[in-house]
Ligand binder design. Structure first.
Ligand code: HEM
Length: 222
């Protein structure tokens, strides 16, 4: 009973801020990149026509999948993962790591490594598509955003499914735009907080239904 209670207890704080931050980052990225949003909506319209996206559509939505992975990379929600301690002396790539050392995973540097991700500050889902653009070549559950090893985020499959469904549903129904007259910054440090769980700094955007056909979809879903 205590184990069940503790699992539920840790799940809430571990899931809430991180998933919330990733979803806010979706709204921020779409406010900054109308060309990405338009391409995502074209893919959703061609696959789902006038109905809501479903999980079964996922394999036919490579650009939406790539967009979700790019959100996790670009927002780097948990930039240094959580600290861990070595229990015994160890060597890694020739480096001696004494027992009881604190080891941190620098996910931010991995996500912004320009050898892996050319122009790393650019928000570009294309980087995760195959050459023919028909397939998303990685799964978001394997993103560095969830860290590595035995203590890798156990909620990654849920987070991945939530982010996909929210991105697909929101972009099918709505267009996200910056508020008229508001110029959003572009530098990472001006867009996100610098905390254990990094989130978009407050920003204003408009969320507009995409048109009459989409108004009907929204009303049907209520
Ligand atoms: C976008 C969403 C999420 C991100 C970016 C994220 C990221 C992370 C990271 C980086 C860690 C640390 C791993 C490490 O210690 O090296 C972690 C741990 C954890 N996450 Fe997530 N997470 C997300 C969503 C979730 C969800 C939805 C759940 C549960 C429903 C969850 C449950 C946990 C738990 C329980 C731990 C601690 C695991 C342990 O210490 O062994 N996370 N997460």
């Amino acid at each position: 009973m205590e184990t069940i209670r503790n699992c539920a207890g840790i799940g809430y704080p571990a899931a809430g801020d991180t998933t919330g931050s990733a979803i806010l980052s979706l709204f921020l990225a779409m406010s900054l990149h109308p060309e990405v949003q338009q391409r995502a909506q074209e893919e959703l319209d061609s696959v789902c026509q006038s109905r809501m996206p479903e999980f079964s559509d996922r394999q036919n939505l490579p650009y939406i999948n790539a967009l979700c992975i790019e959100i996790l990379r670009w927002s780097s929600t948990v930039p240094l993962a959580f600290p861990h301690t070595t229990v015994e002396d160890d060597y890694y790539n020739g480096l001696f790591i004494p027992a009881r050392s604190i080891v941190m995973v620098d996910s931010f540097s991995m996500n912004f490594n320009e050898e892996t991700y050319p122009q790393p500050h650019k928000f570009d889902p294309e980087r995760f598509l195959s050459a023919d653009r028909k397939t998303c070549v990685v799964s978001s559950a394997s993103s560095a955003a969830f860290s590595f090893g035995k203590r890798k985020c156990p909620g990654r499959y849920l987070a991945d499914a939530e982010l996909f469904y929210i991105a697909a549903s929101v972009l099918k129904w709505f267009t996200i735009k910056p508020q008229p007259g508001v110029v959003l910054p572009v530098r990472h440090e001006e867009l996100f907080t610098s905390e254990i769980v990094s989130s978009p700094l407050p920003f204003k955007c408009m969320i507009q239904p995409r048109g009459e056909q989409h108004d009907a979809l929204i009303k049907d879903a209520l």
